[in-house]
Design a protein around this ligand. Structure first.
Ligand code: SF4
Ligand code: SF4
Length: 525
């Protein structure tokens, strides 16, 4: 580890809500029990058109590929446990869009048969393409929340970056999955960092972690014995774990919504992603499970669980001894950026890091929204240096172009503004709605441009075809005329020849007749 004192930049805004992390950090990571059915999502993103590799009724082994993701934007899905495919169906999963996703349903059994693992790779002597292919084959997506295919993110960064940032900040209340992983398995997280350094050619790796995680910091420091690694301890302040904010705090580099960190020479990955990459490369393991915090006042055994992808939330609540009489709301993710689950039958995905089962006292229904009093508290806490109340006015009055001009797209939807708003205005809901409207308008404009381009191209093609048709017609007419002329010339010549021959015959006949007549007139003396 590099012992030089790292320079830190200060994030704008931020809030310090109650952490509520201790409840789930009382013990070690538990292994969640095998549920009777797994609902494994196989598409995961709008861009992924998965190629199914199993059929209804097929027996599958643990680790067997269920669906191959597209090599660019896709994520490969594996069977997390052995069993029989009992359905392949679209169903609701926890995602912000609310859209249903294609899931392979596996009726699990105790056979525990496993598909052969991929061979371990010596990453120091393996080329980049092979390592990236391994990340793809292992089905690793960004596990910090965005879910972007990890192999694609790494490929974009190949030889383009100087700094690798590893996000261990985990700043949102209640969530402790990353912290639990670091406390117990920091060695493989560091291995993942070293693999990513080797793969991308970055000169340094900065691991950002909040100062309220002393055990995790100690574990990281114990294993980070490479001079390119720096464990950088940042103040516990929400949302320091947001990608842009963390990169700024660690490197001083800032970028807007329409630029990627790679353009500034930085690649950012979450600790869980680094861990999964280490397991895939060093042990040939596919991503079949992840660590999820099960917490909230309605569960009696809050803890971090290692959970198979596709496990229904209801099975996890049962294991953590939920009290159904006290259960008020289910949240996937944190209380500020997470989403409300409509029911507990939804499966966990590769992006699920926390399930909060709240009671009514713990998360009371917010009072009705009041008028904005222009107190400016929201401006003070905004980490993106925006004017949240202005964005609210524009979104509310449907002046979306003005909201866009005020950098609505730079809003990371952290909810800090809504958290401090004394008028209880659900600000983030307005921003999301405005962004969706703008996306629709942009989509329509794009489609109008495409159809105009298609129409123009069609017209052009038609004009070219018409011109070619006319040219062919003209050529055919010329040819026909020439042929006709040739035919008529040759027929006149033939007629003349026949007439000449006839004339010759006639002349011969006449001469013969005359000779006969002459003979008859003058008999020989
Ligand atoms: S915090 Fe709420 S009330 Fe205050 S200015 Fe912002 S939106 Fe208005
Ligand atoms: S939700 Fe958006 S506007 Fe509100 S504080 Fe966060 S970044 Fe700023």
């Amino acid at each position: 580890m590099n012992n030089a004192t790292p320079k830190l930049w200060t994030m704008a805004g931020g809030i310090s809500p109650p952490a509520n992390k201790q409840q789930s950090l009382q013990g070690v990571i538990r292994k969640a029990a095998l549920p009777p059915q797994l609902f494994v999502p196989v598409s995961q993103s709008d861009f992924n058109k998965p190629q199914l590799c199993v059929q209804l009724g097929a027996r599958v082994h643990k680790g067997q590929v269920l669906a191959l993701g597209s090599p660019t934007m896709g994520v490969t899905a594996h069977a997390p446990a052995a069993g029989v495919v009992s359905a392949i169906t679209e169903q609701q999963v926890p995602n912000m869009s609310g859209l249903r996703e294609l899931c392979v349903v596996i009726d699990t059994d105790a056979s525990d048969t496993s598909w052969p693992k991929l061979p371990p790779l010596d990453y120091l002597h393996t080329d980049s393409d092979t390592l990236i292919q391994r990340i793809f084959e292992a089905g690793i997506s960004g596990l910090g929340g965005a879910g972007f295919p990890a192999h694609n993110k790494v490929r974009c960064a190949l030889h383009n970056i100087d700094t690798l940032v590893i996000n261990a900040a985990e700043c949102e209340p209640y969530i402790t999955a990353d912290e639990a992983l670091l406390r117990e398995r920091a060695g493989d997280v560091i291995n993942g960092c070293l693999i990513l350094l080797q793969l991308t050619g970055a000169a340094r790796c900065l691991i950002g972690i909040e100062d309220n995680k002393p055990q995790a910091i100690a574990a990281l420091r114990k294993h980070a014995d490479d001079s390119r690694l720096q464990v950088m301890v940042i103040p516990a302040l929400y949302p320091s774990g947001a990608e842009k904010q963390l990169i700024y705090m660690l490197t001083g580099k800032a970028f807007s919504a329409d630029t990627l960190p790679v353009a500034s020479g930085v690649l950012c990955h979450n600790v869980c992603t680094a861990f999964a990459i280490a397991r895939a490369v060093l042990r040939g393991e596919a991503l079949l499970s992840r660590i999820i915090t099960i917490t909230g006042a309605a569960v009696n055994e809050a803890a971090n669980y290692e959970v198979l992808i596709g496990t229904p939330v209801s099975a996890l609540l049962q294991q953590s001894a939920v009290d159904p009489m006290r259960l008020s709301q289910l949240i996937s993710g944190g209380p500020l950026m997470g989403m409300l689950l409509p029911h507990a039958q939804l499966p966990v995905t590769k992006l699920t890091n926390c399930i909060i089962a709240t009671t009514a006292q713990e998360l009371p229904t917010p009072p009705p929204a009041q008028a904005c009093i222009r107190c400016g508290y929201c401006v003070e806490v905004c980490p993106a240096l925006l004017l949240p109340q202005q964005l609210y006015w524009f979104a509310r009055s449907k002046e979306f172009d003005k909201a866009q001009a005020h950098n609505l797209n730079d809003c990371i939807e952290c909810g800090a503004c809504a958290y401090v708003c004394p008028s209880h205005i659900p600000l983030v809901q307005y921003y999301r709605a405005a962004k969706a409207e703008l996306a629709q308008v942009h989509d329509k404009q794009q489609r109008a441009v495409y159809s105009r381009q298609r129409f123009d191209a069609h017209q052009q093609r038609k004009a070219i075809e018409q011109a070619q048709d006319e040219q062919r017609r003209a050529e055919r007419a010329t040819l026909a005329k020439q042929k006709q002329e040739t035919t008529s010339t040759s027929s006149t010549a033939a007629q003349n020849a026949v007439a000449a021959a006839l004339a010759r015959v006639q002349a011969k006949k006449a001469a013969l007749k005359q000779a006969v007549a002459d003979n008859n007139k003058d008999p020989a003396p």
